[in-house]
Design a protein around this ligand. Structure first.
Ligand code: MN9
Length: 302
């Protein structure tokens, strides 16, 4: 008998930033360079065009371009999950089919966005994606979407073919644990909040997907390995050091600060898409100084 597990995504998975220009063109060289660097620090996959990747505000064309470049650079070496959620439903389906055609590992989507939808409508949404594409489908619960997932809903949604689990981006670890008991644990649960990755792993998450992993892939891999080895002391030490950086990032419009720090590290990733303001030139040096709390190059604690 073949046992097909739902646990397709494990380990540390950067919610990849998109090195993109305001006209929608992708900075291919810096994207490829960044992917290689992340991979060299042991990440086990990439999550493409999610919240951190600004996917929701990119055109379908740019999103396809991003995914194709990621597949070309790292496809086969690690998992690649394409976030396909978009304001327009037909576009979501188009992106799902595209992800399948380029050989992505999985697709993922927030619930339908902006308007308030009923639980039945959210169920139909994921069912329609599953009917259109045979890739494993990871749901993505996050308050930003405007429509939240609950433990009760996840139980029902797991009945849909191809749905393997979810990225849980809420700081509610009792619910994460309750979700992990669905299907006797055969549900892919991914931690969303970077600030509490060790809590998520403690309560049963199989993986973490996060924005700050772009900057600290090696430190997160060490944290993940420490949790797996039950070295709580080391995991906590790493989480504390990482969180000192994260505290500065979140006070400075997270994504703009991540892109600034990556640029300072030699990855010419550009700025966030309009209308997100870049860090003002006169504030950049000071911000970079206050972010110098870990050794980014060697991915070590100071
Ligand atoms: O999805 C990310 N959440 C958002 C994950 O982008 C809203 C997290 O990685 C956070 O950016 C991170 C910092 O608050 O935890």
């Amino acid at each position: 008998m073949i046992f097909l597990s739902n646990i397709k995504l494990k380990g540390i998975i950067p919610a990849l930033i998109s090195p993109i220009n305001q006209d929608g063109s992708i900075r291919y060289d810096s994207l490829r360079k960044l992917l290689c660097w992340e991979l060299s620090h042991g990440v086990s996959g990439f999550y493409v065009c999610g919240s951190t990747g600004e996917g929701i505000i990119m055109t379908a064309e740019s999103r396809k371009d991003m995914l194709e470049t990621v597949m070309d650079e790292v496809g086969g070496k690690c998992t690649v999950t394409a976030h396909i959620g978009a304001a327009n439903f037909n576009e979501t389906i188009e992106l799902a089919k595209h992800a399948e055609s380029v050989g992505a590992t999985a697709i993922s989507s927030v619930p339908p966005i902006y308007f308030k939808y009923t639980e039945d409508e959210i169920y139909s949404y994921y069912k329609a994606i599953s009917d259109a594409c045979s890739l494993p489908l990871l749901m993505y619960g996050i308050a930003l979407s405007g429509n939240n997932l609950t433990v009760y809903m996840v139980k029902k949604l797991m009945e849909i073919e191809n749905v393997i689990g979810l990225k849980w981006t809420y700081p509610d670890y009792f619910s994460l644990q309750q979700i992990k008991t669905i299907n006797n644990g055969d549900i892919n649960v991914v931690n969303g909040p970077d600030e509490t990755l060790c809590c998520g792993l403690m309560m049963g998450a199989d993986a973490g997907i996060g924005s700050t992993y772009n900057l600290m892939p090696g430190l997160y891999v060490k944290l993940y390995n420490a949790m797996r080895a039950s070295d709580i002391e080391l995991a906590r030490k790493l989480q504390y050091a990482i969180n000192a950086v994260t505290a500065v990032l979140v006070k400075n419009s997270t994504l703009a600060a991540i892109k600034l720090q990556l640029t300072a590290m030699g990855f010419d990733v550009g700025e966030c898409l309009n209308p997100r303001a870049p860090i003002a030139p006169e504030k950049q040096d000071e911000l970079l100084k206050s972010l110098a709390l870990v050794d980014y190059e060697r991915q070590e604690l100071l």
